[in-house]
Structures are given as C-alpha cells and as structure tokens.
Design a protein around this ligand. Structure first.
Ligand SMILES: [Zn+2]
Length: 310
C-alpha cells in the first residue's frame, strides 16, 4: 500500500502544493502506507533538475520525504509506450491531427449540448473516423498526429473520500502528444500501478480527470486506488491562490522573515492537525498518530497571510 505526491518540477511549490503534499504524507503515514514522491517531468521544456531539487528541499523542510527513491517520469517513457501499444492492439487508439485552436473552436460551437461532468476541454471526437486518405492528406500538410483513446461516452462513478460520489463521462483523452511525448493521464495511471499506489490524495482541480484515469486503469487491467481530492487553497480574493497574491511559495515567505516552523504549522492547522510549535524530528509521524481523514476540512483554505501584505 502506498500514497504519493507527484509534482511537476516546473517552479517552486506554492502553499497549495505543500498543503496537498502534507495531507498526502500524513494520510499515508496514518494508514501505514509507503509514501512516494514522483516527479511528473514529462514536459522537458519546463521541467528542470533545479526545480526538482528546490521542491524536494522545500518538502523536506516541513518534514515530507519519499520513503523510496524519487522516480522521474522522463525516465519511464518505455513503460508508457508499452501501455499505448497494448491499447492500440485492442483497437482503442486513433490518430488526431487537430490543433488546440481547432478543438477549442469545435467545443465552443457545440457549447449548447448538455455536458454532464465532462472533463475540462473534453475532445469532441473530430478525428475519430478519419479515412486513410484523410490521414494521408493531413500528414502531407506536415502535421504530426497525437494519439487518442477511442471511447463511447462511458460513465464512471467514483466514491471520493472528501468530495463524495462523483460521476463523470469519459472522453477521447490524449495518450501521446503530437511530439511523441506520453500524456499526463496515461503516465499517471501507469505509474500509480507500477508504484503500487493504493491511495491518491491531490487537489480537487484534478477531479474532472479522474474518470479518465479510472477508465484507463480498467482497460489496462490495473487496480483503481482510493481517491481523496482536497479543496484548493484560495487567495485573499477567494480565487485560486496565484502569484498575484504576493508571497505564495515557502521560499518567498522565508525571504520575508516567516520561519519554516511557522509555515509548517500553518499548513498543518489548515488540514486539521495540531501545530507543534517547535522543531520536530518527524512532524508527519506526530500528526499522523493523532489524525484521521475525517478531520480534513471540506472547504477551500483561505491562505494564511502570515501578517504579510499582499
Ligand atoms: Zn483531432
């Protein structure tokens, strides 16, 4: 049994990421699960080792460490390609030549259709039934295809530990981008299974993609973990925490004189744990010993300003 935190190393973690990581670590420890940190660095343009090091340092500073060596998705493309190959052999993969702009235009044109919990940016199926001649023509114009999963409006119901019952419709999710890079939803499913992740704790901005991932698990014969999607952190205006809200990373707060212990304890309080008030050898273990997931607040956390102006 394992829980995990899987950031993209594309910048410093903000307070919302750190809070999600803390919740995931405390839940894993309280259940006796292994805790895994995985770097979702599929995008080699924006991901860097320096960001990765910063993120791991910031996590360690509030007591969060991976129980196993940190895995990088950029080193596992062969596994993702094997999974796509398996889906392709089952006739479940097709080539999509659409640009983002074309997909956007199609979605906008169909905006009047009823959408019951379709994932954000659900693909309208434009390329699902292209003929060989259609594909040839698009290739000849210099376009490279993305690979998509062939679906039929399957409905997935999940029982989330925080959100409760959630029902979503699956769309033709991207499996590999036009540049050949495996796509997020596929990689996550392959890795969660490979790392024996039984418990996924993450921000509720990812809830709408969860039915896609569960469907992929079913198609690939992989187990479905338990999900807990926790509410986001919001800034002073009530919107999702963003750079405009001033100091939003641990580093920025440290630079302005807020101590690591204060940051750590504020994050702990925000998930229903008692502040420890001082240095601690293993704060996650201390919190895990006196906490259960029922104590996790169900509402968004208005970020602690630590007395700083925005
Ligand atoms: Zn397409």
């Amino acid at each position: 049994m394992a829980g995990r935190f899987a950031p993209s190393p594309t910048g410093d973690l903000h307070l919302g990421n750190l809070r999600t990581a803390l919740a995931a670590a405390v839940i894993a420890r309280s259940l006796g699960e292994t805790f895994v940190i995985r770097m979702e660095d599929l995008d080699r343009v924006t991901s860097t080792l320096e960001h990765e090091r910063h993120q791991l340092d910031d996590l360690a500073s509030i007591g969060i460490r991976s129980d196993v060596p940190v895995v990088r998705q950029s080193e596992r493309f062969d596994r993702y390609r094997a999974a796509i190959e398996a889906l392709s052999s089952a006739g479940l993969v097709y080539e999509c030549y659409c640009t983002r702009r074309e997909i956007r235009a199609e979605i906008d044109a169909a905006a009047s259709a009823p959408h019951v919990h379709l994932p954000d940016g659900a693909y309208p199926g434009t390329c699902r039934d292209l003929s060989e001649a259609d594909r040839h023509q698009r290739r000849a114009s210099g376009r490279q295809p993305a690979l998509r999963l062939r679906t039929n409006g399957e409905r997935i119901v999940l029982e989330d530990q925080v959100v409760g019952r959630f029902e979503g419709v699956v769309d033709d999710v991207v499996l590999a981008r036009a540049d050949g890079v495996p796509a997020y939803n596929l990689a996550v499913v392959v890795d969660d299974a490979a790392q024996q992740v039984t418990h996924v704790v993450r921000g509720d901005d990812l809830l709408s993609s969860t039915p896609r991932q569960i469907y992929l698990q079913e198609l690939l014969g992989l187990p479905t973990p338990t999900y807990a999607h926790i509410p986001l952190v919001v800034g002073p205006t009530g919107d999702r925490l963003a750079k405009r809200d001033g100091a939003v990373t641990a580093r920025e707060l440290l630079q302005r004189g807020v101590s690591t212990v204060v940051i750590r304890d504020a994050l702990a309080r925000s998930i229903g744990c008692e502040p420890l008030g001082d240095e601690a050898d293993d704060p996650v273990a201390q919190w895990a010993s006196q906490w259960s997931i029922d104590q996790l607040p169900r509402d968004p956390w208005p970020v602690d300003r630590f007395g700083l102006p925005t």
